[in-house]
Design a protein around this ligand. Sequence first.
Ligand SMILES: *Cc1c(COP(=O)(O)O)cnc(C)c1O
Length: 397
Amino acid sequence: MTDFAATKAMFDLPEGMIYLDGNSLGPLPKAAPARVQKTLNDEWGEMLITGWNKAGWMDLPTRLGDRIGKLIGAPQGSVVLGDTLSIKVYQALASALALRPDRRIILSDTGNFPSDLYMAEGLARTLGPDYVLKTVAPEDVAAALDDEIAVLMLTEVDYRTGRLHDMAALTQHAHSVGALTVWDLAHSAGALPVDVTTCKADFAVGCTYKYLNSGPGGPAFIYVAPEHSDTATPALSGWLGHDAPFDFDLTYHPAPGISRMRVGTPAIVQMAALDAALDVWDHADIADVRARSIQLCDMFIERVEATCPQLQLASPRDGTQRGSQVSFRFEHGYPCMQALIARGVIGDFRAPDLMRFGFTPLYIGEDEVIGAARILADILESGAWDRPEFHARSAVT
Ligand SMILES: *Cc1c(COP(=O)(O)O)cnc(C)c1O
């Protein structure tokens, strides 16, 4: 059984703050500053260029890939870190399309994160006029799968409402019509149990700065199913995905296996922070995290519905059908969220009217749920949300 008091003690959270935005940016793990400092002083400072060999920097993307692999049901040697999630979406999608050369349609849904759709559009434009991105409503995905679809590209957890797709069933359906799948696990990895192997996902990608707490701009990960990893062509064929980068061969030959999904020089300092952040998972069981997250989200829904009649639940009511977040619709959601933030309850706002609250049991418990619901009710009852300063929009919402 995971000791959540112990995991909470592993994070550095500001006194008095109720942090419900770990689904956008996880908090600072206490072990991260020392680990980063060590990388800076003992490795970069002392070893300079020799750190690539001596400090194991060159293998860090695959070593961390194996650690993340354990959280998503991926075998050793099938996950690698690097770049940002948008880049990894492009890479996975390009490789999947190349494995279905007779087909031209990418199927996704309108619940996907815009960057995934933008990357798909950009890739389709690059590949030529025959390639199209088709988007349907999330509930219509299964019906839209036919033998013209090359790749089904979906995000498992809807970033707005937390609605979950059935990854196993949709993957099976996609395969039955001859399509491949690219799953985005941005709001899944570290939030709920994922098993890319049992689900038979072909490609999966995700970021590490949300539920995996690697810090702002932390590297993304990509998984390629072992059956594809020696045949998938990397569209972004950088030198570190080459079979022998230090031969400086003028022709590109992809490395065997997952290493071909590397592109350029890895961000070692940020990866050091991720390495420290992943230590938390040596003390946490993802099944316990999931059970506790459902419990906390249910409790928040119950309290908000009892005290805030102005708000409407936008997330699935059934906890097994949503990720680790709860969203409410409120036409004055933006100023209301600003008022909450001013009172130390940090959630976020997604246009046009969603107030989003992430519940991360590693460092959030019942006290925070009760406190957040109480402050929200107070802000609504007093009308404090309507103060002019809460209406001013910032660049990041
Ligand atoms: C957070 C998120 C992103 C962000 O991509 P970056 O390249 O890391 O900025 C992309 N897709 C999904 C589904 C996300 O949730």
